[in-house]
Write a protein that binds this ligand. Sequence first.
Ligand SMILES: NC(=O)c1ccc[n+]([C@@H]2O[C@H](COP(=O)([O-])OP(=O)(O)OC[C@H]3O[C@@H](n4cnc5c(N)ncnc54)[C@H](OP(=O)(O)O)[C@@H]3O)[C@@H](O)[C@H]2O)c1
Length: 216
Amino acid sequence: MAKIGVLGSGEVGGSLAKGFLEAGHEVMRGSREPSKLSKWKEGAGPKASIGTFKEAAAFGESIVLAVKGAAAGAAIDDAGPQSFAGKTVMDTTNPIAEAPPQNGVLRFFTDLNESLMEKLQKKVPAAHFVKVFNIVGAAAMVHPKFPGGPPTMFICGNDKGAKAEVTKILDGFGWETWDMGTAEAARAIEPLSILWCIPGFIQSDWNHAFKLLKAK
Ligand SMILES: NC(=O)c1ccc[n+]([C@@H]2O[C@H](COP(=O)([O-])OP(=O)(O)OC[C@H]3O[C@@H](n4cnc5c(N)ncnc54)[C@H](OP(=O)(O)O)[C@@H]3O)[C@@H](O)[C@H]2O)c1
């Protein structure tokens, strides 16, 4: 059983914190204002705690980064980059720009030749970032139920050990994992969130996930 620091008071932090607690781990959720998570803590059991970004990052043997994409760098600065060194960082973020979607198509503040995760990996070279969970809605991140069987989670990152750890977590959460390689692959994985959101914005359908079909 591990200690997981979850940076994020939003839906993603809530869904993944619940999943990790159900799997028997200890979880500290972090926020700039931890008091906003007091109610969550009351209902989350003895293995749940709350703190600042700094406290949650220091607590975690592994870290979930579940903050607004545009604020990810600031949140890491606030948490203290030294607390990320040598740890697996599950990066759920998407680089969504402030401008509204255009006909259901989100706008990004990155371009196709450099992803947000690569920027974060460069910012904290000693951390082991793995892109994960960014291509599905928070409600389906843990034990997704779809008639076509387990959906596919695309992951990438530079550290093989961190990706093995994340693959094991995904196995437990009911996903099929497809490792797309090094951090550069986040240039392709992050924009899948744009595709995933289109049916949501144009026809209020948020209940779907990707599945990769293979010949063998
Ligand atoms: N919602 C989904 O279904 C979904 C699905 C896939 C991926 N994602 C991605 O996952 C991430 C989390 O999404 P979310 O919907 O759970 O929450 P969110 O509303 O995107 O982010 C909330 C978190 O961002 C932090 N934050 C916002 N502005 C900040 C700033 N200026 N400085 C530092 N921290 C700041 C908040 O801190 P405080 O706690 O201090 O307020 C909070 O913890 C996002 O990058 C999103 O694109 C979301």
